[in-house]
Design a protein around this ligand. Structure first.
Ligand code: NAD
Length: 467
């Protein structure tokens, strides 16, 4: 099975022609390199009953949110799911049963059971919602196994090398990688993007964004509940629950912006990154690390075993990026301190700006001089068409509707064999902030060069996101 599949993919890759999925896509720009051309499918999308065949790897809480939307959007079915934990599979099967659809096959038993699933099943799309350290091995395996569309949760990759792996394998196989960056579909972000595209803010100068989310009660819990409850047991690692099992360890071993894409994705779309613009260089600095240790001591006392642990992650990490077209962007990572949630967006140009904190918009000649307008009225006027069309259905879905809109757009690409809305180059450029900020911090804030993951294509690539 393994060999015949590999040789099939090799043949298709070398020939570059052959299956129904390879017809040229009219939505791709003629100037684009063939490396970003049509995905090479093993079988046409949804061949037997016309339904798109989905698989999921990592069936925790995020996976179940994706499942809601895959089932809510007509024309899809879930063929197989994989997790190392039987309990996660059981919960997900129960979750799926509520929709009165056929139960998928399950794969488990080892850390590499996903390879067996990829070899045994035919998919139109596999979605990966596993711990960060598994994103790239799983994405690479799925693309190499001939899955034409692979959706990977955020961040897509942890190191610059992993970013290259995503690009190289997507290019070599012709299979599409989509980073599932739902914040790009947030209603205010899409309205701001519409305003940018219609020139309301003039030529863009500067962006601000960040993941500013007090995660202390997610990084530790009692092994049963998702959030830590005061007075409860304080755990991280294998005996904890959900993200506290794996996410917290990244704060022990790493010091950089380890979760950059919720912030940078929408800003990159506004600034046409990889489509006429690109990130050139980055410099990052981190504060001292205090919040997680303090949380342990405040809740578990000085003698708690975890109080001995040294955390490497600075509580607030600030990265500054320079773009080829002149803009600067400040990206913040701030997850260990008490604070209300904010992604802190700022999109500023020669004619005005949007600032998400305070819900402010200012447009020269239209706003009262030196006074903020509320963004609400502006965003009603410039509501993106995906939102105005899908509003009712999206409202019922999670995360304020952006997850539904994202899945709708991704499924539209799969069904119509279009390029992934947020492709391997976006996944790589946005996620590379992690590895580059770690390098820069380790060198006292030194400026590090951003790789050009498009290998020069950025100059001629046309924007395709949410046109
Ligand atoms: N975009 C968003 O808004 C958003 C929200 C939450 C989580 N996420 C992302 O989604 C991903 C999953 O997060 P989560 O909250 O569901 O975490 P989780 O810990 O609840 O789920 C992860 C699942 O992966 C399984 N797993 C681990 N190693 C595996 C392996 N080798 N093979 C198969 N399964 C394996 C675990 O058993 C677990 O069931 C993360 O990357 C996270 O950053 C994104």
């Amino acid at each position: 099975m393994e060999n015949s599949r590999r040789s099939f993919i090799k043949k298709v890759t070398v020939a570059g022609i052959g299956t129904a999925g390879i017809a040229l896509n009219s939505t791709l720009s003629a100037s684009e390199d063939t490396k970003t051309s049509e995905p090479q499918t093993k079988k046409p999308a949804g061949k037997d009953d016309g339904k798109l065949r989905f698989g999921f790897i990592g069936t925790g809480s995020r996976c179940r949110e994706h499942i809601n939307n895959v089932i809510a959007i007509p024309g899809n079915k879930i063929v197989a799911i994989c997790d190392i934990k039987q309990s996660a599979l059981d919960n997900t099967l129960k979750h799926i049963a509520r929709f009165n659809v056929a139960a998928p096959k399950t794969y488990t038993g080892s850390e590499r059971a996903f390879e067996q699933m990829l070899n045994n099943e035919d998919f139109d799309c596999v979605i990966i919602a596993s711990p960060w350290e598994w994103h790239v091995p799983m994405s690479v395996a799925a693309m190499k196994a001939g899955v034409p569309y692979v959706g990977v949760e955020v961040s897509a990759a942890n190191t610059v090398e992993e970013c290259w792996d995503l690009v190289n394998v997507s290019e070599a196989t012709g299979n599409q990688l989509n980073i599932m960056e739902n914040v790009c579909y947030r209603r205010d972000c899409m309205a701001a993007l519409t305003m940018v595209r219609q020139g309301l803010f003039g030529e863009l100068l500067h962006g601000g964004c960040g993941y500013q989310h007090d995660l202390r009660d997610v990084k530790f819990n009692d092994g049963v509940n998702y959030n830590y409850k005061k007075g409860g047991e304080l755990r991280m690692g294998p005996t904890a629950f959900s993200e506290a099992q794996w996410r917290t360890q990244h704060s022990v071993t790493r010091n950089g912006d380890i979760y950059p894409t919720h912030g940078i994705g929408p800003v990159a779309n506004c600034m046409d990154i990889n489509h006429g613009n690109r990130f050139l260089s980055l410099s990052a600095m981190a504060t001292q690390s205090r919040g997680l240790h303090k949380f342990i001591v405040d809740n578990g006392g000085e003698r708690h075993p975890l109080a001995k642990l040294r955390f490497n992650l600075g509580d607030i990490v600030t990265s500054m990026i320079k773009c080829a077209n002149g803009q600067t962007i400040i990206v913040t990572h701030d997850t260990n301190s008490p604070r209300p949630y904010s992604l802190g967006f700022r999109i500023q140009g020669t004619e005005g700006l949007w600032m998400n904190d305070g819900e402010h918009v200012y447009v020269q000649e239209q706003s009262n001089p030196h006074r903020w307008d509320s963004s609400e009225e502006w965003f009603k006027k410039y509501d993106h068409k995906l939102w105005s069309t899908l509003d009712a259905a999206a409202r019922e879905a999670g995360h304020g509707g952006m997850d539904y809109i994202m899945m709708y757009d991704f499924i539209d690409a799969i069904r119509n064999k279009k390029r992934a809305p947020m492709d391997c180059y976006d996944a790589a450029a946005w996620s590379a902030i992690s590895g580059l900020s770690e390098m820069s911090i380790a060198r006292g804030g030194a400026v590090v060069d951003f790789p050009d993951f498009t290998r020069g294509q950025w100059i001629n690539r046309q924007p395709t996101f949410a046109l």
